[in-house]
Design a protein around this ligand. Structure first.
Ligand SMILES: O=C([O-])CC(=O)C(=O)O
Length: 164
């Protein structure tokens, strides 16, 4: 994957206007792929990761799962087992507006993982939350079906596909 978000931004911001957005949240990268892209699926949940486990256990087909965990650092929404399932099922990456755990193991997985931070404390598993609803953080709305581009500089969201 050879894109750079800065180059994508320069090449497309004129023509796309509001259709190309840059997320202000300063994520940390935990997976082995800081650079990843794909069509967006979303989950909104709070300190409960049953839906994340469920969705990442279905075929990803190169998509990126964007999880709005409300910015909570109280529990980890993703660990190495769920992340390994995401790799197995063909997901390109996971962006978590919240915390992850098993961070050493995450560095060994062929997956993009961005999150706010880490916490060893596990999440609840009741299944509360919503799947494939638009979620907003870092002044950007991530809508299912849009395209996400992530690298060391940040995260862009575009309404159409910008790069292979
Ligand atoms: O099961 C969890 O809550 C998250 C986790 O630790 C894992 O994915 O390995």
């Amino acid at each position: 994957m050879s894109f750079a978000t800065a180059d994508l931004y320069d090449a497309h911001y004129d023509t796309h206007g509001d259709a190309l957005r840059s997320c202000l949240t300063q994520f940390r990268s935990y997976g082995s792929r800081p650079r990843f892209s794909g069509q967006i699926s979303t989950i909104r949940c709070l300190e409960d990761n049953a839906l994340i486990r469920q969705v990442l256990g279905t075929p990803g087909e190169g998509r990126v799962l964007v999880v709005d965990g409300g910015g909570s650092l109280r529990t980890a929404l993703l660990g190495d087992l769920i992340a390994a399932s995401a790799v197995k099922h063909g997901w390109a990456g996971v962006v978590v507006n919240g915390a992850v755990r098993d961070t050493v193991a995450l560095t060994g997985l062929d997956l993009g993982v961005k999150a706010l931070g880490s916490n060893p404390r596990k999440s609840a598993k009741t299944g509360l939350g919503e799947v494939d609803v638009p979620v907003t953080f870092g002044e950007v709305t991530f809508a299912p079906g849009e395209w996400l581009y992530s690298d060391e500089d940040g995260i862009l969201v575009a309404s159409t596909r910008l790069a292979p």
